[in-house]
Design a protein around this ligand. Structure first.
Ligand code: FCB
Length: 448
């Protein structure tokens, strides 16, 4: 019985620079918005920060060997902009680190997949206006060119941005993420400048023989009932979460209803000239999928955090549909992965898709024997990998799957209190323990 996936399927695990690297002042790295945010009292649930994290900066060789030992053939990591251009000028030592990292991948038979921006904007750029100003998109292009020029011989697969929805709406909308600003519907301007940065970077770095994409976090949005009010709530959230990003990237337009809902029609009309750049063809799209969302129109005051805090959706509340949940409180529904991939495939039928993140947080414990028996995570992975297998079997253009995450790490506003790794990290000793879920994946990949 073989695992049912084609031999060329990409199997990886993902991390992000600020979540794992630590070494925040090594080799000329400057501060990012996440350094500032994490060091602001009250922003991170457990009062921690990414100063040390998994010390991946010094331990990446062992970590990549571990990834390869599990049978994975790809590593998705992100490049820290504040290591490369801490103050607008190239820092060669920062670039050298990622060369060593990419070379370690290649030496272990692991294909590097690099994300250029996983949320760590250099602080000086935030001080100059951050993603609310157009100039940041131009600076992103300069940074992307510097990285690509320096590493394109060893890295052949590139993603510009990770989840611009989070950067725009959690960073500038409700302030849950760095830089922690709450500018209301102006957060849509950040979304546009992020997409413009993507388009400018892609145009400047695209080279024959490599592939280029972007990683989004689209999700199926359901209405809590068939009532017109609930269905309208779902339309608004689907617009902000999915269509605001998918349509300009894949169909060269912004969704008119979203601009109308948020009162930004006029501002976006003035940006129309950017659309061809944003909508230039991609080689692939990365999809980070965790859970679906169900929403309703409220009949009382709004108290539920989440979608209700997004600009333009103030009259919308998240609804608990009774599905089992992970420690994040995120409902588990593997069929949602199929739904969202199919939605994207309808917009762009030929476009290769990758699941660039998928995983779950649970309060893992190390047993007396030194094992981590994470059966719930194993089950989550099993269900979502099964969806991928079915799709591939149907001839769907799904090319790879990356588990989030290789390692337990700094989970943004949750600090170290949420573990997503398939490998456990003892933060006191930096010891790694391969969890049962990773062993399951290893067995699956060995079954060819
Ligand atoms: C995604 C992020 C990733 C991680 C997971 C749990 O939104 O891209 O860094 O935090 O969620």
């Amino acid at each position: 019985m073989t695992n049912g996936f084609p031999s060329g399927f990409t199997w990886g695990a993902a991390t992000a620079s600020y979540q794992v690297e630590g070494a925040v002042s090594a080799d000329g790295r400057g501060p990012s918005i996440w350094d500032t945010f994490a060091h602001t009292p009250g922003k991170i649930a457990d009062g921690t920060n990414g100063d040390v994290a998994d010390d991946h900066y010094h331990r990446f060789e062992d970590d990549i060997r571990l990834l390869a030992d599990l049978g994975l053939n790809a590593y998705r990591f992100s490049i820290a902009w504040p290591r490369i251009m801490p103050g607008g000028v190239l820092n060669q030592a920062g670039l050298d680190f990622y060369r060593r990292l990419a070379e370690a991948c290649l030496a272990n038979g692991v294909t590097p997949y690099a994300t250029l921006y996983h949320w760590d904007l250099p602080q000086p750029l935030e001080d100059a206006g951050g993603w609310l100003v157009r100039d940041t998109a131009l600076r992103f292009r300069d940074y992307a060119v510097a990285v690509h020029d320096g590493l394109s011989d060893v890295v052949k697969h590139w993603m510009t941005l990770n989840e611009p929805w989070c950067s725009a709406f959690l960073g500038y909308g409700n302030g849950e993420h760095a830089p922690g600003r709450t500018v209301g519907a102006d957060a849509l301007k950040a979304a546009h400048h992020l997409l413009l940065g993507h388009g400018l970077a892609l145009d400047a770095i695209r080279t024959e023989g490599s592939t280029y994409g972007i990683a989004l976090n689209p999700a199926p949005i359901h209405a809590a009932s068939d009532s017109p009010a609930d269905r309208d709530a779902a339309r608004r959230i689907d617009g902000l979460r999915n269509r605001l990003f998918l349509e300009p990237l894949l169909a060269g337009r912004y969704p008119a209803d979203v601009l109308e809902d948020t009162g930004t029609t006029e501002w976006f009309a003035a940006q129309e000239a950017d659309l061809p750049l944003i909508g230039a063809p991609l080689d692939f799209m990365g999809v980070n999928y965790y859970c679906p969302t169900t929403v309703a129109a409220p009949d009382g005051p709004i108290s539920t955090p989440g979608p209700s805090t997004q600009p333009g959706s103030e009259n919308v509340v998240a609804v608990d549909t009774g599905l089992p949940k992970t420690q994040m409180g995120w409902p588990i529904q593997a069929s949602g992965l199929r739904d969202i991939l199919v939605t994207i495939n309808k917009l762009a039928p030929e476009l290769p898709l990758y699941v660039t993140e998928n995983g779950s947080a649970y309060p893992d414990v190390v047993t007396a024997d030194g094992e981590v028996e994470d059966d719930e995570r194993l089950d989550y992975l099993r269900q979502h990998v099964a969806v991928c297998k079915d799709l591939v079997g149907e001839g769907f253009p799904l090319k790879g799957y990356f588990a989030w995450s290789l390692l337990d790490n700094f989970e943004w506003a949750w600090g170290y209190s949420r573990r997503f790794g398939i490998v456990y990290v003892d933060y006191a000793t930096q010891q790694r323990i391969v969890k049962k879920s990773a062993r399951w994946l290893q067995d699956l990949l060995a079954d060819v």
